[in-house]
Design a protein around this ligand. Sequence first.
Ligand code: ADP
Ligand code: ASP
Ligand code: MG
Length: 430
Amino acid sequence: MGLVVQKYGGSSVADAEGIKRVAKRIVEAKKNGHQVVVVVSAMGDTTDELIDLAEQVSPMPSGREFDMLLTAGERISMALLAMAIKNLGHSAQSFTGSQAGVITDSVHNKARIIDVTPGRIRTALDEGNIAIVAGFQGVSQDKKDITTLGRGGSDTTAVALAAALDAEVCEIYTDVDGVFTADPRVVKKARKIDWIAFEDMLELAASGSKVLLHRCVEYARRYDIPIHVRSSFSGHEGTWVSSERLVHQTQQQGEKPVEQAIISGVAHDTSEAKVTVVGVPDKPGEAAAIFRTISDAEINIDMIVQNVSAAATGLTDISFTLPKAEGRKAIDALEKNRAGIGFDSLRYDDQIGKISLVGAGMKTNPGVTADFFKALADAGVNIELISTSEIRISVVTRADDVNEAVRAVHTAFGLDSDSDEAVVYGGTGR
Ligand code: ADP
Ligand code: ASP
Ligand code: MG
């Protein structure tokens, strides 16, 4: 029996009952002969509540202090979980990200893991303990400051530890039975996916399926760590995410390996906003100046569109989407550089949503795009921006249209299940 890393999300440890339930589950894995490393998130919506609190104190808190505050959430849950396990008669030790050897760069609020040195975790395991690690946090290599990995970052902690400890699997326990063909909170007839390749999962995650964080899937692909996404509230087999489907990842023994689906699923994201730079001179270097300004402010953008140049004025508009949380920073940076770039005005719209259709089969099925647009048209949904990759097509619409659009596309591509199998066990969906 090898080493397993289990990650429990906030909804799984939302209250004392949840912590005790999870503790039992962890002890079961230990009793089955595994060495167990547990990565835990903050209880319920603690992180959101801490963010709200910070905003009441300061509209623009310093990154360093913000991270110091947010990591407190995971400290609470890790200690309580270790206590609950001890109460069941098993030994457990909790560790902060820093103690667990999670070394990051020094970009506060969205640090990247650059190394994992889990010496203390190894020792704890060798001494027979269950090791509990606070997710979502690390320590910066140069300044030794406490950092956080960005929202949902505990997923990344789990996979990074699994890679560093050479775990046989990284189990991600959450409030749904696995990865579905759409968010079960929106599509009741979403189907659970038994196995999905890293590439498809990467696109789903990048497009907003927050059941797994994009960076975590990237990490798992790089180190070839199989992920098993499942519910901490049920005993059901979940979704395997790996490079290839292995026999033990099929539900029934002896079942033929299933081919990769043409369409993996529909993702949506309402966490982005749209910035439009109005009246940009239609000449070389303008887009470069705009996006240099944005990247210098360390803002990641998603979709970009430049409208057809108005011949009469020689001006164009350039729109792009970015996380709402970075909207203020982007507007400030562009305003500061207005003279250098040369534009008329800026528009900011945070009432948008993105819908993406993801599937490896898209490469070879040219009809997919047309069917996607037709489904949106039939649902009366207007499209504002479009972007595509080899295995994804995304559109931006009004935020109010998103849920309806997701359901329409899900149905149009034959993804609806016959039964209402998509159970949401907990969480507030915040
Ligand atoms: P945790 O607290 O365990 O980290 P998250 O809220 O981050 O949980 O992720 C689980 C949630 O992801 C689910 O409750 C569900 O609403 C959402 N979700 C979005 N897309 C999907 C999908 N395709 N499959 C499953 N869940 C999804
Ligand atoms: N607690 C952090 C968050 O809510 C990290 C995580 O849950 O993965 O984003
Ligand atoms: Mg999560």
